[in-house]
Ligand binder design. Structure first.
Ligand code: HEC
Length: 277
């Protein structure tokens, strides 16, 4: 018979796995394609060429609707740009500066410490321009849409795979579905009706490195870029984790031999007289 303690433990494990499974099964039935991201896994590092292509897609396509309020332009050095290139990218944007005597704001060119400028003055203006729907901010979108299931790892969904899914899943609405003006059929989106028109078509951007700009390629590139934006310090985190594991392994080996040394004069089953220690 199981002891009471073990029974309680077993019930707790079953309850947690049931809740975990129930929470994991809300993906709506769309089969997301799982890509082989270079930055995934414990040793994953960012593919800088891909991040640069993703930045290009963001700047040339998505940034007209989606803001990225928390990402400073200077952090683009992670993507392999040098200081002059970053200054040049920042200078392509203009920002409102001081309020002048005429009641108008003067303008200034962007500098690396600026964050990417938002396309709309506020959420109300963003909704007004998009038929009532709000294009979400992109600073943390890859993390915000990630779904990690501990008990059913195969049911986990990376934010990057979700983003590629959204960008590539557009099809015609099934017969009989009632669509409101401005709605598009996209089975990857919860509810399948999305207010974003398909933002990409083949060859929408022209990549400097000669990569063919198919919709799937651009989607993967921008998804990888958005993952970087949501966790720019991923490489440091993984390196730190590795160092920690190496340190812990050495510590365990050391403690094992220390333990052996300490107990070497005591035979198995022998009583220890504390007064003689
Ligand atoms: C013309 C404006 C516009 C452009 C350009 C645009 N989007 Fe959107 N996007 C929207 C709107 C509006 C929504 C909200 C849709 C809704 O709630 O139904 C949205 C939603 C999304 C979502 C779903 C977010 C969620 O809540 O799960 C993703 C992902 C997304 N956009 C990615 C992109 C990417 C990547 C690009 C660039 C390749 C892009 N969008 C370009 C307007 C746009």
């Amino acid at each position: 018979m199981l002891s009471r303690f073990k029974k309680i433990g077993l019930i707790a494990v079953l309850a947690v796995s049931f809740v975990g499974t129930a929470m994991a099964s809300d993906s709506g039935g769309y089969e997301f394609k799982k890509y082989d991201w270079k930055h995934a896994g414990p040793f994953g590092v960012f593919d800088k060429a891909q991040l640069q292509r993703g930045l290009q897609v963001y700047r040339e396509v998505c940034s007209s609707c989606h803001s990225m309020n928390l990402v400073a332009i200077r952090t683009l050095k992670d993507l392999g740009y040098n200081q002059d290139e970053i200054k040049a990218i920042a200078a392509e944007y203009t920002f409102e500066d001081k309020l002048g005597d005429d009641g108008e704001y003067s303008e200034r060119k962007g500098i690396p410490s600026d964050t990417f400028p938002a396309p709309f003055a506020n959420d109300a203006a963003a909704r007004y321009a998009n038929g009532g729907a709000l294009p979400p901010d992109f600073s943390l979108i890859a993390k915000a849409r990630e779904h990690l299931s501990f008990f059913r790892p195969w049911a986990s969904l990376y934010g990057e795979d979700y983003i590629v899914g959204i960008l590539t899943a557009y099809t015609d609405a099934p017969h009989g579905e009632e669509m409101l003006a401005g709605q598009n059929w996209n089975p990857a989106f919860p509810g399948s009706k999305i207010a974003m028109a398909p933002p990409l078509v083949d060859d929408h951007v022209e990549y400097a490195d000669g990569t063919k700009a198919t919709v799937e390629q651009m989607s993967q590139d921008v998804a990888a870029f958005l993952y970087w934006a949501s966790e720019p310090k991923m490489e440091e985190r993984k390196k730190m984790g590795l160092k920690f594991m190496i340190f812990m392994t050495l510590l365990v080996i050391l403690l094992y031999f220390t333990n052996k040394q300490v107990w070497k004069n005591v035979k198995k089953g022998q009583d220890i007289d504390p007064t003689k220690l």
